[in-house]
Design a protein around this ligand. Structure first.
Ligand code: FEO
Length: 395
């Protein structure tokens, strides 16, 4: 528990032992936190809660600050269980509290926790009075689910945007300005790349809509990671950059190989890229952290994927990368594919189809080499890499 302003407390759960989030989909290297915020005024509001693993500790900590039956409002900005699992326990202790939700939140909370809930459904600009303070609401669907909304305390200029602007980062401080800045921004970028990229268009639209409201912000209190206190809008600017596809003129090359042919192609392509003064990062499937590779794609303009043809298709180890690229729908990326084949060569088309499904513009025809790249094939790979680098520079 930390008092972040007089009468306003961070109360949440810190998770340091977690290796993956969302099942085994998202790697966590520096832990995470489930942040809830308690506002004690003439009326009392609790904004969000914690994951079920932390419910008992959360309820105990909350009781140290305030008897739970005195809480007037449970604000549920988003129904995903990492922020709402403590709700049934809280409602058991205080069934009369109003549960403040968006229209989508009414549905998600009812589906996750069937029961009779005292819902109050709010929309953008609706507000509730807490006494000296108030809370206003902003519907933010798809940041991160259709039910997502932001809560805002105008008297304190504090924004509670739930998943938006968060990081999976468990530090020993609650404030971003007191943390290691390199780690903090790495985690903010990884979080955006792997969770929010698919909603880039909506992020730009909703941030624009929010900024037009002129709700002044001195503190952004997300539901994961650290609170943005010093220059809080820096993360908002970063979101606009990432969501609009602002990236370095660099390339990411990802491949797997059976007998080393596709690997030699990858390395020759990298030499070609570098010969044009463009920097690249080369990843062998299964060696690099999968989600770190997705973060590198967010940061780069170009992505190259290599797979040999196996069983008339792809080497299966490359498919999670292609599936993630398809689903994340990175903005303004260019791409191309390559690989060896024995007698059919279907992997090239499969990779191209996946990249196109992920909105990646194919700027070169796929490069395939029969069985094993010989000297002239490697020269062709270098030329392919150099041409790809020139296309990146032109973007
Ligand atoms: Fe952190 Fe969408 O839940």
């Amino acid at each position: 528990m930390t008092q972040i302003k007089p009468g306003i407390h961070w109360i949440g759960g810190i998770e340091r032992g977690l290796k993956y989030f969302h099942g085994h989909e998202l790697s966590i290297s520096r832990g995470t936190s489930y942040n809830a915020y308690l506002i004690i005024d003439e009326k009392i509001a609790l904004i969000d809660s914690v994951k079920y693993t932390h419910t008992a500790e959360f309820v105990e900590n909350l009781q140290k600050l305030i008897p739970i039956e005195k809480i007037d409002y449970f604000v549920v900005n988003h129904g995903e269980p990492d922020h709402s699992s403590a709700l049934p326990a809280l409602m058991k202790l205080n069934p009369n509290a109003q549960v403040i939700v968006s229209r989508g939140g009414e549905k998600s909370v009812s589906r996750f926790y069937p029961g009779k809930w005292n819902f109050k459904v709010v929309k953008t600009s609706d507000s509730i009075s807490l006494g000296k303070r108030s809370l206003k609401f902003f519907e933010a669907p798809m940041l991160h689910w259709p039910d997502s909304m932001f809560s805002y305390c105008p008297e304190e200029k504090m924004l509670f945007p739930n998943d938006a602007f968060g990081q999976h980062y468990a530090a020993s401080t609650r404030f971003a300005d007191e943390a290691d800045q390199c780690e903090l921004w790495q985690e903010a970028e990884k979080y955006f790349a792997n969770i929010l990229t698919p909603f880039s268009g909506q992020i730009i639209k909703k941030i624009d809509e929010f900024l037009k409201l002129n709700w002044s912000i001195e503190m952004i209190c997300p539901s994961h990671g650290l609170i943005w206190r010093k220059d809080p809008t820096a993360i908002v600017t970063k979101y606009l950059d990432w969501a609009s596809g602002k990236a370095s003129p660099t390339a990411v090359v990802i491949y797997d190989s059976i007998w080393g042919g596709t690997e030699r192609m990858a390395k020759a392509i990298c030499r070609g890229i570098e010969s044009e003064g463009i920097s690249m990062k080369l990843f062998t499937v299964g060696v690099a952290d999968f989600n770190d590779v997705m973060t590198e794609i967010l940061k780069a303009r170009g992505v190259l994927i290599g797979s040999p043809t196996l069983n008339n298709g792809l080497i299966p180890t490359i498919t999670p990368y292609l599936e993630s690229i398809r689903g994340l729908r990175f903005v303004k990326k260019v791409g191309a594919v390559f690989g060896t084949y024995g007698w059919s060569g279907e992997a090239i088309k499969r990779m191209e189809d996946s990249l196109q499904a992920g909105q990646i513009e194919l700027v070169l025809p796929g490069l395939k080499v029969n069985f094993n790249p010989v000297a002239e094939d490697l020269i062709a790979c270098e030329s392919f890499g150099a041409e790809f680098a020139r296309r990146i520079r032109k973007c």
